[in-house]
Design a protein around this ligand. Structure first.
Ligand SMILES: Nc1nc2c(ncn2[C@@H]2O[C@H](COP(=O)(O)OP(=O)(O)OP(=O)(O)O)[C@@H](O)[C@H]2O)c(=O)[nH]1
Ligand SMILES: [Mg+2]
Ligand SMILES: [Zn+2]
Length: 332
């Protein structure tokens, strides 16, 4: 590969990003024999990242300590030495960033520059509606499109049908798109393929719902681990441990992420929660009491709408639970 220094255009682009100017100057001082590229973070594990540059070449890169939390989907500047070792020297401005709270309340970056959050649920393991609502809140606040996948519909039977029906109608009624898929029976895959075109989507959801299986189905040639689910607990075994980005043949990219283990919401404040429940927004501010908890107060606009059948009880429960969880985390 031809040795390349920073072009004037690259210099201008980077220099315009004031946050990273000092980092870049720092790096170019010692860059005489190094090549500099713009690239995309396609996987990230600990302090090691894999960065893909424009021509498709991938470099395993280290991370400068002062750059903060970098994630899959980040656009970065890397410096590659003669041994082909890369170092990330700057992060370009992000469009958005998806975060979660891990153990002990620590906020972790899941992915950056997301166009669509694809919430993958399955017939087995059974969907968790509070988790779906948390992801929808996150998507609304990024902001990014939200899409719900109901995978493994080949496993529908008389025992689980009503649960799945309830999920389907709740989210369709408030305007979210749901695609039903089965990898086993080849259902919904073309619809999914079309929905993923020309944007960067991240697959999120419980372990074992089939996120990696969907990626494998769309990109049969890639090497990706698929895990069995436990026959006893019907839960996944956390097979995927690192988020990875894959390019789709029709345009667009797909990030596979590890199944969630913890249930701590990552809402920063009450406004995020209010903004996250699209169908509740029209009622906000119409309760008699400004500090209404929407439980037993008279003149509660949300309770009235619930009684009229205009809202879903499950969604209102999630809304209240998210507000309670936020208060609780503020007390900690
Ligand atoms: N019956 C059925 N099984 C499926 C389907 N899709 C995936 N599976 C199975 O579900 C199990 C879990 O699949 P994975 O793709 O590893 O799940 P995942 O969501 O990536 O899980 P984590 O990486 O742990 O988060 C595997 O045994 C798959 O074969 C489907 O449509 N129908
Ligand atoms: Mg997986
Ligand atoms: Zn109220």
């Amino acid at each position: 590969m031809a040795k390349r220094r920073l072009t004037d255009q690259q210099k201008r682009r980077i220099a315009s990003n004031k946050n990273h100017l000092s980092q870049l100057q720092d790096s170019t001082d010692s860059a005489a024999d190094n090549q500099i590229f713009n690239g995309l973070v396609v996987s990230h594990h600990g302090r090691k990242l894999v960065v893909e540059i424009d021509d498709g070449q991938r470099y395993s890169c280290k991370l400068r300590q002062n750059l903060g939390d970098i994630a899959c989907g980040d656009s970065v500047v890397i410096q590659v030495d003669q041994q082909q070792h890369g170092v990330v020297v700057a992060v370009n401005e992000r469009k958005n960033v998806l975060e979660k709270t891990g153990f002990a309340g620590q906020v972790k970056t899941v992915a950056a520059n997301i166009g669509q959050v694809v919430i993958v649920c399955s017939v087995e393991p059974e969907p968790n509606d509070y988790l779906i609502d948390r992801y929808l809140t996150a998507a609304e606040n990024l902001p990014a499109e939200a899409l719900i996948i109901l995978n493994k519909i080949d496993l529908l039977n008389d025992d689980n049908r009503s649960t799945i029906e309830a999920i389907r109608s709740t989210y369709k009624n408030i305007g979210y798109r749901i695609i039903e898929t089965s990898i086993k029976e080849n259902v919904g895959l073309e619809e999914l393929r079309a929905a993923l075109k020309d944007t960067t989507s991240i697959l999120v959801g419980l372990s074992g719902v089939g996120k990696s299986s969907l990626v494998k189905m769309l990109l049969p040639d890639i090497d990706i681990r698929i895990g069995e689910i436990s026959t006893a607990s019907k839960e996944g075994k956390h097979t995927t441990t690192v988020s990875s980005l894959y390019h789709l043949p029709d345009g667009g990219a797909l990030i596979d992420s590890p199944g969630v283990r913890d249930f701590t919401p990552w809402n920063r404040n009450k406004e995020d929660i209010v903004n996250g429940f699209v169908e509740l927004k029209p009622y906000q501010g119409y309760c008699k009491f400004s500090n209404c908890t929407h439980t037993t107060e008279p003149g509660c606009a949300i309770t009235e709408a619930l009684n009229k059948g205009e809202l879903s009880q499950q969604r209102v429960n999630s809304f209240k639970k998210m507000l309670e969880d936020l208060e609780e985390s503020a007390r900690l």
